[in-house]
Design a protein around this ligand. Structure first.
Ligand SMILES: C[S@@+](CC[C@H](N)C(=O)[O-])C[C@H]1O[C@@H](n2cnc3c(N)ncnc32)[C@H](O)[C@@H]1O
Length: 289
């Protein structure tokens, strides 16, 4: 049987057997909805090679064989978590945060004045930079006295644990965080930076699989679902977008990744007229409602 060559970080090239590759594709899809495209052997090897070695196994193929034979839940989780892409940064797609500051918040400040309550969701939060960026915007806009909550969820427990700690490396704060925000909302701990309690208390982190029912969540004034739908197939994208629409207030915003669009689900959402990319609102609602 043909075997493909790939390179695991810090080790000799590893072969990912076609049967191992197929097993991983099925496992990943079943457990997370993520689609592992053909030909990503390098990625598989780089992400799972270290786990295989940590477990004293020779190769990724041995890891797949063990998983297939035992179906160990702890191992399954670690494999799925290792295969998720967790790339993120502070104020990613800054124009969207500007739009929140200049367009959404002034409007909500008027409309929600009676309850003084705002709810947001960072729906694929990774290590937390997205949710904390929003928290800093809300604080900068003087909303600390309001009843504000940012729910931040992800399927990956490891990244959630990091997010919850609120601790970031120098490299992470160098990416997208304006210097005045660093000075104002972080303090140095050894080589790392710790987000202030003031910002952290606005964010609640929870594990959540985007393919689950969202009936008990919301309603939200804005949902960030950025740079995750792109990894799903058309059916999953549609299911998630349909559920997301239900979680939004009629005048709420859905923010997708800067380069993402609705993939044929234009009946659910329409573009918000804004200079920022990829901001949507529930379709069929009054623009000024
Ligand atoms: C590329 S990161 C995006 C982080 C952030 N939203 C941003 O745009 O910077 C994608 C995240 O989606 C998460 N993810 C993947 N599949 C998921 C699922 N089925 N449910 C919830 N989160 C998922 C991954 O664990 C990862 O942390």
């Amino acid at each position: 049987m043909e075997k493909k060559l790939s390179v695991a970080a810090g080790s000799e090239p590893q072969e990912v057997a076609p049967e191992s590759y197929r097993f991983l594709q099925q496992l990943l899809y079943a457990r997370s909805g993520l689609v592992l495209e053909p030909g990503k052997d390098y990625l598989v090897s780089a992400r799972l090679g270290p786990l295989a070695r940590e477990l004293g196994l020779g190769t990724v193929n041995d890891l797949c064989a063990l998983l297939e034979a035992t179906r160990r839940p702890d191992l399954t989780r670690r494999v799925v978590e290792a295969m998720t892409t967790n790339e993120t940064s502070f104020f990613r797609d800054p124009a969207q945060f500007e739009a929140i500051r200049k367009e959404l918040l002034p409007r909500l400040r008027g409309r929600r004045a009676a309850l003084r309550r705002l709810r947001f969701w960072s729906a694929a939060a990774s290590t937390g930079q997205e949710a904390y960026s929003l928290a800093m915007v809300l604080l900068e806009e003087g909303l600390a006295e309001w009843d504000v909550e940012i729910l931040a969820t992800d399927i990956n427990r490891q990244v959630l644990e990091r997010a919850r700690s609120g601790r970031f490396t120098q490299l992470e704060v160098n990416r997208g965080l304006p210097a005045p925000m660093l000075v104002r909302y972080f303090r140095r701990i050894g080589l790392d930076w710790q987000i202030s309690e003031e910002a952290r208390r606005l964010v609640r982190f929870e594990e959540f699989d985007l393919r689950s029912s969202m009936r008990t969540l919301g309603p939200f004034d804005a949902v960030f679902c950025r740079n995750v739908l792109i990894y799903f197939d058309a059916d999953t994208k549609q299911r998630v977008l349909t559920e997301l629409r239900r979680t939004l207030m009629p005048d709420g915003w859905l923010l997708l990744g800067g380069a993402e669009m609705l993939w044929g689900n234009e009946a659910l959402f329409e573009r918000v007229r804004s200079n920022a990319p990829a901001i949507y609102r529930p379709a069929g609602e009054q623009e000024n409602c």
